[in-house]
Design a protein around this ligand. Structure first.
Ligand SMILES: [Zn+2]
Length: 90
């Protein structure tokens, strides 16, 4: 992860063009912005997909990811209780 403050930062001096649009809101990218790299089905992380985000969009994305993680934990408990009740009923 990197925070890029302007187009003169070291990242762009290595040939990266950056992104034209934010990954989440699809509005034009502005500075400061946040940049991440992740893997893809056909490429390792070092050559994978790039995420470019506005700071306010990072807030929305992390809140959404956290909400989804909580849902997984809650559903895990529900699923576990359901399996236990089915065992007891059998
Ligand atoms: Zn955005």
């Amino acid at each position: 992860m990197s925070v890029l403050y302007n187009e003169n930062c070291e990242w762009f001096q290595h040939g990266s063009k950056g992104a034209d649009f934010c990954f989440l809101c699809h509005e034009p990218m502005t500075f400061p912005c946040i940049y991440w790299v992740g893997g893809s089905p056909t490429a390792p992380v070092s050559k994978g997909s790039e995420l470019w985000l506005h700071p306010q969009c990072v807030k929305k994305l992390t809140a959404g990811l956290g909400r989804d993680l909580i849902e997984i934990h809650l559903m895990k408990d529900v699923a576990s209780a359901w399996h236990q009740s089915m065992k007891e009923a059998a």
